[in-house]
Write a protein that binds this ligand. Structure first.
Ligand code: KG4
Ligand code: ZN
Length: 336
């Protein structure tokens, strides 16, 4: 089954053709990052307009690279939630129009489930059940993946998402957008033990809270500026990154050990834009190994937003009978 997938939830316009869920025939992404960089973050109005301008060209390119014509497409899959509403609406209406014109099935895909599915592309042998940690600009979620479409969130962030906090802290340090890459780069020459930062506590065991950590870093920068004290930015970046990675790894490993009734999870799948972070990949892989579990993590190009992951999850949604009609709408909030 050949699925043409569309992803426009944030600032990447992406189309892909995916065969039988796991074989990516093409995956084309037009990134708007360079433009949003000028404003220090994604400007929703600009994102929607660029999706509108780019979507047809990106789709044509994805089709061409796949070697198929529209006649060879069996279904359309599209991210319908969550994300920037104006951005999502562009993709949803485009996919809806294509599905109607071609008289093919329309498959709505939840963005979080799409991120998790990036792992199926990377690891053809990976099958549920497993535990997932998805960390992006909008999500910080620990989820039980009981089956391809049976995904239960057991922990999430109470305030900022992990990627969001990377971006905000990077901004306070004077780095560019998106912040995660700059923090990772700066941290390479820093001492991660130099600054003692607070480790967020939450009432529920598998939830996260990063706003206290974010405020601590920002206050430290402001106070140092007031006192005319120099900050060792590489070490502050390294200390911050270490703290986030430790917290994410600790909670995920605990969840893998204790959240499953019966035996612990042997498979942990990392995903989302922040999964590109090498400190997180390394920390979680080490902790998983120590605890008798294996870490799965997609290659960096499949960690950030892309339509291949949407086509992959779309295939499993289709098999489960989860299709939509022309009534399909987009939702900004974190629908399950
Ligand atoms: O999944 P994604 O592309 O978009 C959302 O669904 O939000 O994730 C984007 C987030 C940004 O916050 C960015 O700073 C973060 O992923 N990110 C990173 C790295 N690369 C991207 N965070 C830490 N380290 C990185 N290397
Ligand atoms: Zn995403």
């Amino acid at each position: 089954m050949k699925i043409l997938a569309v992803e426009t939830s944030c600032d990447e316009t992406s189309c892909a053709v995916v065969s039988d869920g796991r074989v990516v025939l093409s995956n084309v992404t037009a990134s708007q990052t360079d433009e949003h960089k000028l404003y220090g973050g994604v400007v929703p109005e600009i994102a929607s307009r660029r999706h509108c301008e780019n979507i047809v060209g990106v789709c044509e390119q994805a089709l061409e690279l796949s070697g198929l014509t529209l006649g060879g497409i069996d279904a359309l899959a599209v991210t319908f939630a969550p994300g920037l509403i104006g951005a999502l609406l562009v993709g949803v209406n485009f996919a809806k129009g294509m599905a109607m014109a071609l008289n093919k099935a329309l498959i709505p895909v939840h963005h979080l489930k799409g991120h998790i599915a990036a792992n199926y592309i990377e690891y053809p042998e990976l099958t549920p059940p497993f535990l997932a940690l998805t960390v992006s600009g909008g999500h910080t979620v620990i989820a039980k993946v009981a089956d391809y479409t049976d995904i239960r969130v057991i922990g999430s962030t109470l305030d900022d998402a992990a990627g969001e906090v990377f971006d905000k802290v990077a901004r306070a340090m004077g780095f560019g957008y998106p912040g995660g890459v700059y923090i990772e780069e700066a941290a390479k020459i820093g001492d991660s033990t130099k600054y003692k930062l607070p480790r967020p506590k939450t009432e529920r065991e598998y939830d996260f809270s990063f706003s206290g950590l974010k405020t601590a870093v920002i206050n430290l920068i402001h106070k140092s500026a007031q006192r005319n004290e120099e900050i060792d930015f590489p070490s502050l970046a390294a200390s911050f990154q270490r703290t986030v990675c430790d917290v994410l790894a600790e909670k995920t490993i605990r969840a893998a050990q204790f959240a499953e009734a019966g035996s612990p999870y042997k498979k942990i799948a990392l995903s989302g834009g922040v999964a590109a972070n090498s400190c997180l990949r390394k920390t979680l892989a080490e902790r998983a190994l120590e605890n008798g579990a294996e870490l799965y993590v997609p290659k960096v190009s499949l960690c950030g937003d892309n339509a291949a992951m949407v086509g992959c999850q779309g295939y499993y949604e289709y098999l489960a009978g989860n299709t939509a009609g022309s009534e399909l709408n987009a939702y900004a909030s974190n629908l399950q």
